[in-house]
Design a protein around this ligand. Structure first.
Ligand SMILES: Cc1cc2nc3c(=O)[nH]c(=O)nc-3n(C[C@H](O)[C@H](O)[C@H](O)COP(=O)(O)OP(=O)(O)OC[C@H]3O[C@@H](n4cnc5c(N)ncnc54)[C@H](O)[C@@H]3O)c2cc1C
Length: 377
């Protein structure tokens, strides 16, 4: 069986590695000239990425260990400590490590897909490629996903089954003049009008990754650096799209995985862990000749978590200034419980744990009277 994977990001490469292990020969095509470039990622991953994958991942891309988070709202804050909860990675190296031993065909951008018998012809800038099975691992703006939505009209027109909202993320790498920030704790700043948060991630050697996901990301980032008097040399800039929502992951011998399949944590926009775990399910379905099961198995494993995240995201985007302040105060008051329940990759666990406490639930209902029930049921 001919299998072509479109996209040599971490998820496409990891899928190819798994399929190789299961004895399949795959081709992997990549539009850029080099794997891992350009980088569009803050590079903060939970320790699970290196501890909980089927194929062990090289740790040589890890450049710093994170021991907790300082959550900030205006000039108030509280800290959650968790030794080694996450790692800061060199994302270019991370992707390159995952591509080791694969023959990635770089400089081959997929332009068009056409049905050919039971398979497909993939038209690239360089050549036309026939394949029995297409794996779309081509990121947030997936051309493969657009093809599925185009041919499967019934699906694209049914908003109940899927929708995607796109957010812009911008990040600067800054070498600070005077290091007043902790080198092992990330900062998360909540602000009105910002649908996610502003992050400050310590990379080491006085370098910090400061970024935001919002409608006016550049302006919000510059405003934050000014307000918090973060001064230093900007040594790198990046931007990228974060897709949030739900989509269909399989259609007639075409499967989507990673950002292409919107396998992204709706509350933070992080997609590496879910993408890798989904690649494992996809490779298993291909191995077992049960591709028709892929969508169902994914939903069974991650559907609840993603749906919870989507509800929480909707709720968070609707809160007003007073509610945001009260949510922050509620979290601050219960920082100990959050610290115990904290799970970098499974956000519902934290919410469910804290809302199980009747007093906290009452306080949360008081703040979010109109919607708190929707989050849980
Ligand atoms: C600003 C920002 C910060 C982020 N921070 C984090 C973070 O800290 N932690 C985290 O877990 N996640 C983070 N993410 C999300 C994370 O980057 C993605 O979830 C992850 O890269 C998904 O991997 P992927 O392999 O599915 O897609 P990608 O990494 O996007 O890889 C897709 C690949 O497909 C290639 N491609 C695209 N179109 C074509 C085509 N037509 N033909 C051939 N090749 C093609 C691309 O060049 C690329 O190499 C962040 C995202 C952004 C934008």
């Amino acid at each position: 069986m001919e299998i072509v994977i479109v996209g040599a990001g971490p998820v496409g490469c990891y899928t190819a590695q798994l399929l190789k292990k299961y004895g399949f020969k795959t081709r992997i095509i990549e539009e850029h000239r080099e794997v891992g470039k350009p980088v569009s990622c803050a590079g903060l991953v939970g320790r699970q990425v290196f501890e909980n994958t089927l194929l062990p991942l090289s740790e040589s891309s890890i450049i710093n260990q994170i021991n907790g988070a300082l959550v900030c709202y205006r000039d108030d804050n509280f800290q959650i400590n968790r030794e080694g909860v996450a790692h800061v990675i060199d994302r270019e190296k991370f992707d390159k490590n995952l591509s080791q031993g694969l023959e990635v065909e770089c400089g081959k951008k997929l332009i068009e897909i056409n049905k050919e018998g039971s398979g497909y012809i993939l038209k690239t800038e360089v050549e036309d490629i026939y394949t029995d099975l297409v794996v779309g691992a081509d990121g947030a703006n997936s051309r493969v996903r657009k093809y599925i939505n185009f041919v499967d009209n019934g699906y694209a027109n049914d908003k109940k089954k899927g929708y995607i909202k796109y957010y812009l993320g911008v990040q600067y790498r800054i070498k600070v003049e005077e290091n007043l920030l902790c080198s092992k704790i990330t900062q998360v700043h909540l602000r009105e009008g910002i649908p996610f948060f502003i992050w400050v991630i310590p990379e080491g050697n006085n370098v910090f990754r400061v970024g935001v996901i919002s409608e006016n990301a550049r302006e919000d980032l510059i405003g934050f650096l000014r307000d918090f008097k973060i001064k230093g040399e900007i040594i790198g800039k990046l931007a990228g799209i974060i897709p949030v929502g739900l989509t269909k992951n399989y259609y007639k011998n075409i499967a989507l995985v990673g950002d292409a399949a919107v396998q992204v944590k709706p509350l933070t926009g992080g997609g590496i862990y879910y993408g890798l775990k989904s690649a494992e399910l996809l490779a298993e379905c291909i191995r077992d000749n049960r591709l028709d099961e892929y969508d169902r198995r994914l939903k069974k494993k991650y559907g609840r978590e993603i749906k919870f995240g989507l509800k929480a995201r909707k709720l968070y985007e609707e809160v007003n200034e007073k509610e945001l302040k009260n949510i922050f105060m509620l979290f601050k008051k219960n920082a100990g419980i959050i610290e115990r329940a904290a799970n970098f990759e499974n956000h519902s666990a934290i919410f469910i744990e804290i809302l199980k406490n009747p007093k906290i639930f009452r306080d949360a209902r008081h703040i979010l009277s109109r919607n708190i029930g929707k989050l849980l049921f």
